[in-house]
Ligand binder design. Sequence first.
Ligand SMILES: *Cc1c(COP(=O)(O)O)cnc(C)c1O
Length: 356
Amino acid sequence: MKKHNFNAGPSILSQYAIEETAKGVQNLNGSGLSVLEISHRSKDFSAIMDEATALLRELLDVPQDYSIAFIHGGASMQFCMIPYNFLNKKAAYLDTGAWSSKAIKEAKIFGEVDVVASSKEAVYNYIPKGWTIPADADYFHITTNNTIYGTEIKTDIDSPVPLIADTSSDILSRPMDVSKYGLIYGGAQKNIGPAGVGFAIIKNELLEKIVRPMPTMLSYKTYTENGSLYNTPSCVSIYSAMLNMRWLKNTGGVSAIYKKNIEKSELLYNEINRNKLFKTTVANEADRSIMNVTFVMNDEYKEKEADFMTYATSKGIIGIKGHRSVGGYRASIYNAMPIESIQVLVDAMKEYEAKL
Ligand SMILES: *Cc1c(COP(=O)(O)O)cnc(C)c1O
């Protein structure tokens, strides 16, 4: 049976990336060597790194005065790199979920942290509004898409201080005005490629502001000044990420995938609204994520929650169990997920409703 992969991360990748990675693992471009066993300083790997960097730049229309880096350690390591590099006195953070909280925890090690607003009291089921960014902060940090709670900041906000965004789970899902940000970063394993590598898109100006001495591997400059090749990078992860971005470019790039993502998320949200069994966990429509759709069963059907999961599994639907802090269901519908798979989920919801 065909499987429909709704996993939150690591998550669905394009068929192209998976098939071409498999070929490269066997024999990279007819070289007679596997991508697993070539030098990261070889011509073949340089070409991969160059193409990955160029694709990310092209897909997001990254201005020339920004550098692109691939960094091990995931988004979580950058939670500490950000304050280490950029927090000299005070930083401001918007707390929209568990990932924001983890970033805040790291920042507190390095200086004063001003949490401008939080939706923690409501299990993060909305994006706080009406806060102001302190003009004397070294930077302002946001999490654009809250993978666990299904909320998303879908516009590029104006900030009087450098704006830093964890975009792990919505990077490349919509066009962004990169020029409004000082740093855009995340782990690759939701929308770019497999696990094992993270990315950073950094305004060069910001790199000039680094004053604190720090360990080599935690300095952003180490990555930007050495083409992400100061030490051995995660070669295979970067190879797959490059292939997945090549696929994205060949399907029309970010503006084309954004249209599809809107269509995909509307199909599912409309069914959640229509179906008497289910309700969304995010009341404010403007805050609903187009990447992670979270929903629960209405109170009167609550005892059917596990049974619907079993029914969905019997239809090849994988990975829709909600995060333990929210419960219910979460359908992660990243770029590589075709609308046909969402239709399978919608059909399962309809059939299950009719059965009751
Ligand atoms: C998954 C996720 C992370 C954690 O990424 P790691 O690469 O595992 O460190 C951080 N932020 C967001 C928004 C995520 O979705």
